[in-house]
Design a protein around this ligand. Structure first.
Ligand SMILES: [Cu+2]
Length: 794
């Protein structure tokens, strides 16, 4: 099958100068703050690290960092690690979180040759970062914390970026691997003079040792995104909201309250349904390395009105001091459902280590393997697949359990790797990305992609004295790649079941009893078992078709821009993956006038997805590439409608010939006008309608995908459809037009949008991300009359 490729000429761009100057304005903000540190010049160097053989790492030698229940109510926030914070300090008070560098115990002692801890980055709750040389500088885990907030009680989090400069970081994976040829935050504004990003777009290979090929040496930028948060766009912490360690800022920077120059304060309203969220780094074009260094944490929103007073667990109204629900209302969760404080997070990542226990990143030919397929992007590769599974910050840990039920929160926080988890015993899904399911769903395998979450109950009863291994069988890339090596990547963690029987009065998911009471069931946009809409078709305001396409570079033999080694042969392959063939900024030479330029703080981006608050839309993701993607929408929840195969070759041919001139133009945008036409099947998106190329029946979502979600697996050669409604998720379908709105200004003053993107970090870092603006429902109250007001409540 012919894959789409750059055939012949790369697009000649006429507006480059305009684009090259666009990010200047905001770099000045840092200068005005007077906090800029001297930045030393960079150099182009290949990482000297040597990869550690994953077979040498002892498995199941370290306990899984668990929840520190002692910290729940009494002592309040201290340090990093998987501590759950419940109580005034974390919920209604102000919590200060520093983004820090420190050592973490990732590999077990006894790993041959490894004597050092793993230098990492992460969130540290408290007034400052731990100082080198102090005991606190060595953290048990880089992941965390897990914060617990309560619905409708706002939480104020002050984030401070204390990461310092790239040339002095001990995280070698970052120091040697930032790629300045992709569109990234670029705090030093190298774009303005060296045009690295645009040169790469035009097929230019950086000269060896030139600015564009050098290791980034400036202040480290970071952004904090609340993944799954239904929040105002100003608080979304998207790619342009970054702040660098020296106070330089991206043009989407926002703070709800005074903060240090290198930080910001977000007042999260927590107005949404109960859901397990994540907060993690989201800096433009380089979040893969920030995440790799460790910056990720959990954020659970609980709903007191669902929590019964007679809970048997630690969780309950007494913890929060707020009246709980009346079980007779039929709205409560089961009274014996294990509470939030009993959730065991299982945050799964894959990593590569060097022989000194440090994080290793496969950029260019670090470690002697040429990982970057194209010299135009010497430090970037289209996938990252590690060789070690790390859970909650520990390589292949174990967890001692009693022979009874436990409640787990599975989070895939890896880069490109999809996991297909199985334990050999049933797993009962009780919640997904956006909250609880109606009734527990039994699964024997749990397919989970980057950014997805599943809450699961596992019953270890009768398994006394057994050691169970949580295994992974997913190919990488999924589904047509390499099977995981059974003895390394095939192992995730181990459960050791104790000998003595244990009493268990907790909720039994096999009972068939509901999770959500009858009055609190999921508001259905779709009928999941049928794969059909649950709302009338006329109530779907807009259908969009978004096509994912590869833009490939050719194999070539050139001088390696990093090492200067002549005659280096690059394999060629994906230079970038696009949605609707459109770059992140939406800039292109199209003259249709179908994209809407919107300017925020002096920077203009070209929007295509202008959605209206209150509306229901169907989004169809058409995957023309060879791998799965993980589509994630910010600021809203959706329901998976269905999937359907299509004739990829025939559609790709029709797609290519629909472009002006009859051939694919990389980065041009979709071939047709974005607005609906008969050729697009009346869908937005500017693509030939996929409908004539569909094959077979619609495939309903997997049962465990049937609750609210924000991230979905989209397989190659398939259309994946989701139904999305731009309102709070628990608003009844019958709500009147004037009631369909968020409690805040979802439009960000008609200037500030939300991104939607692939959650595979190599893809989102390199253009597989777009912006959508949520315009206000004209029938709904104006922002000044809404519950949450910018400048006051957020
Ligand atoms: Cu992707």
């Amino acid at each position: 099958m012919n894959e789409m490729s750059v055939t012949g000429n790369l697009l000649v761009r006429g507006k480059s100068n305009k684009r090259r100057s666009k990010s200047k304005g905001f770099a000045l903000i840092g200068a005005l703050l007077g906090t800029l540190a001297a930045v030393s010049p960079g150099s182009a160097a290949q990482s000297p690290q040597v990869r550690l053989d994953p077979d040498s790492i002892p498995q199941f030698a370290q306990p899984l960092p668990g929840l520190d229940l002692g910290a729940v109510v009494s002592s309040g926030p201290t340090g990093v690690g998987l501590k759950v914070y419940v109580g005034a300090d974390a919920i209604v008070g102000s919590t200060e979180i520093h983004i820090c560098e420190f050592d973490a115990s990732v590999l077990p002692s006894g790993t041959p040759g490894v004597t050092a801890k793993t230098r990492s980055w992460g969130y540290i709750v408290g007034p400052s970062c731990p100082a080198p040389g102090t005991p606190e500088y060595t953290q048990d885990s880089y992941i965390g914390p897990v914060l617990v907030a309560v619905r409708n009680l706002p939480s104020t989090l002050k984030f401070v970026n204390d990461l310092g400069n790239a040339d002095s970081t001990g995280v070698l994976a970052y120091k040697y691997s930032v790629d300045q040829t992709i569109h990234w935050a670029d705090p030093l504004d190298l774009h303005a003079t060296a045009h690295c990003y645009h040169l790469a777009e035009d097929g230019h290979i950086p000269d060896p040792g030139s600015e564009c090929a050098q290791n980034y040496a400036g202040p480290i930028p970071a952004a904090v995104h609340l993944h799954g948060g239904i929040i105002p766009p100003e608080l979304d912490g998207g790619p342009d909201a970054w702040v660098a360690s020296d106070g330089r800022k991206g043009h989407g920077y926002y703070t709800s309250a005074p903060a240090p120059p290198n930080g910001f304060t977000y007042k999260y309203p927590n107005a949404q349904e109960t859901a397990p969220l994540i907060f993690h780094d989201h800096v433009l074009g380089n979040l893969r390395l920030n995440l790799y260094a460790g910056i990720a944490a959990g954020y659970i929103i609980e709903d007191n009105t669902l929590i019964p007073t007679d809970a048997t667990g630690v969780w309950g109204s007494t913890v929060l001091g707020v009246a709980a629900c009346d079980p007779a209302s039929n709205k409560c969760l089961p009274s014996n459902l294990p509470g939030t404080a009993e959730i065991v997070p299982v945050i799964i990542q894959d990593r590569i280590f060097d022989t000194n226990g440090q994080l290793f990143w496969p950029a260019d030919d670090a470690g002697g393997i040429l990982s970057s397929p194209n010299p135009e992007h010497p430090y970037w590769a289209p996938d990252f697949f590690g060789d070690v599974n790390v859970v909650n910050g520990k390589a292949w840990p174990y967890l001692e359990v009693q022979p009874k039920r436990y409640r787990f929160l599975f989070i895939n926080a890896s880069h490109s790797r999809i996991y297909n988890l199985n334990l050999g015993v049933p797993m009962w899904v009780i919640g997904t990305d956006g909250g609880y399911v109606d009734t527990p769903i039994r699964v024997d395998n749990l397919l989970i992609t980057s950014g997805e979450r599943y809450e699961v109950i596992i019953d270890f009863k009768g398994l006394n004295e057994q050691n169970l291994i949580l295994r992974n069988t997913a190919e990488a890339p999924y589904p047509n790649g390499t099977a995981p090596k059974p003895t390394t990547l095939g192992h995730v963690m181990q459960f050791r079941v104790a000998a003595a029987d244990a009493a268990d009065t907790s909720f039994d998911p096999a009972s068939g009893n509901r999770i959500r009471g009858k009055e609190a069931q999921i508001v259905r946009l779709v009928k999941p078992t049928k794969g059909k809409l649950a709302v009338k078709k006329k109530n779907v305001a807009v259908t969009r078709q978004l096509v994912f396409n590869d833009v490939d570079g050719a194999s070539k033999t050139v001088t390696n821009p990093v090492t200067g080694e002549p005659g280096t042969t690059y394999l060629g392959g994906r230079l970038e993956i696009l949605m609707n063939n459109t770059k992140w900024s939406g800039e292109s030479d199209r003259t249709y006038g179908d994209f809407t330029p919107i300017t925020l703080n002096g920077v203009t981006n070209n929007y295509s997805e202008i959605v209206q608050e209150g509306n229901i839309e169907v989004w169809e993701f058409v995957n023309l590439t060879q791998v799965s993607h993980a589509q994630h929408l910010h600021g809203v929840a959706f329901q998976v409608l269905n999937r359907q195969d299509f004739n990829k070759g025939a559609y790709m041919a029709a797609y290519a010939t629909a472009f002006p001139g009859g051939a694919f133009i990389p980065g041009f945008g979709p071939p047709l006008d974005y607005r609906p036409s008969s050729a697009s099947g009346k869908k937005y998106g500017g693509n030939p309608d996929i409908k004539p190329y569909l094959q077979g029946k619609v495939i309903p979502p997997r049962p465990e995908e049937s609750a609210w979600k924000d991230t979905v697996i989209t397989l190659p050669g398939q259309v994946t459809r989701v139904a999305v409604r731009y309102t709070p998720s628990d608003l009844p379908i019958s709500a009147k037009a004037q009631d369909r709105y968020f409690p805040f200004d979802s439009s960000g003053g008609n200037q500030n949008g939300f991104v939607h993107h692939c959650h595979m970090t190599e893809h989102e870092d390199n253009e597989m991300m777009r912006i959508s603006l949520v315009t206000l429902n004209p029938d709904a109250p104006a922002p000044a009359s809404r519950l949450l007001k910018k400048g006051i409540d957020y």
